[in-house]
Design a protein around this ligand. Structure first.
Ligand SMILES: C[S@@+](CC[C@H](N)C(=O)[O-])C[C@H]1O[C@@H](n2cnc3c(N)ncnc32)[C@H](O)[C@@H]1O
Length: 245
């Protein structure tokens, strides 16, 4: 966690410079190819819902959801990322509460949220065995956990040397669970293990949406190019699971 906090504090300005324009252009758009929510219909009707965004960064998603009538809180581990959120939302018609904390230990009461979600947010950078139980604890019965992140397939085929995704397996299935990079640690699970973890925590899987960008799509996220890869294999997937009971 310390590595990721320091890493994101250090990376925040460069991240905004590199990706801010793309993210501003599609604040309610999923993943590195900015596929609009209006096309995927992942979240459904969100007006009036209490929403927690895990790893909100500059809180573009949370702000956009608030404009649609949701009641979001943006949570992030990095103080610098939350500063970016304050800058981008300054003067907005909505005011999104921001909270500095880790998704692995939410300083929030049980059962407060209808929706806990993120788009390449904290679920990439936290141990799923800590974050999923915490998200479930924060959800109301019947609430939804939704998160988009790289697919296991992408992580298996990512080549460190060329910093791009390839069409061959670069590591074992187990090695994707926890990967240490220069300034961050990322997490993933094999597909079956995600499902077991959800079920052990009282979640029922409703969908696994495997994202496919349209022809001609562009991205500022170099580690997901070439586009042809993501059109042939799912590079990102959105898990959607509901708290039972
Ligand atoms: C790739 S950025 C994405 C931010 C935002 N979702 C977006 O699309 O712009 C990932 C975010 O996760 C945050 N993060 C990393 N570890 C976290 C943790 N343990 N708890 C909460 N947020 C975390 C980082 O600070 C960063 O803001």
């Amino acid at each position: 966690m310390k590595t990721n906090r320091a890493g994101w504090d250090a990376f925040s300005t460069a991240y905004e410079q590199q990706h801010g324009a793309q993210l501003d252009a599609g604040p309610m758009a999923w993943g590195v190819w900015s596929i609009p929510e209006s096309r995927l219909h992942v979240l459904g009707e969100i007006a009036g819902l209490h929403v927690l965004e895990l790893g909100c960064g500059a809180a573009r998603w949370a702000t956009a959801l608030a404009r649609e009538g949701a009641l979001p809180i943006g949570l992030d581990l990095s103080g610098r990322q939350l500063e970016a959120a304050r800058r981008t939302s300054a003067g907005d018609v909505v005011d999104v509460p921001l909270l500095q904390a880790s998704a692995e230990a939410l300083p929030l009461a049980d059962g407060c949220f209808d929706l806990v979600f993120c788009d390449h947010g904290a679920t990439t950078f936290t141990d799923p065995y800590r974050t999923v139980p915490e998200a479930v604890r924060a959800l109301k019965p019947g609430g939804l956990l939704v998160f988009n992140m790289s697919s296991p397939l992408h992580d298996l085929c990512y080549d460190i040397a060329t910093e791009s995704v390839t069409s061959s397996l670069q590591r074992t299935y187990s090695e994707i669970r926890k990967q240490s990079w220069d300034d961050e640690v990322t997490f993933q699970l094999p597909y079956g293990e995600w499902i077991r973890l959800f079920r052990q925590n009282g979640l029922e899987v409703e969908d696994l949406i495997e994202l496919a960008p349209e022809e001609g799509a562009t991205t500022t996220y170099d580690d997901y190019v070439p586009l042809g890869w993501a059109r042939r294999w799912p590079a990102e997937n959105i898990w959607k699971a509901r708290k039972t009971g």
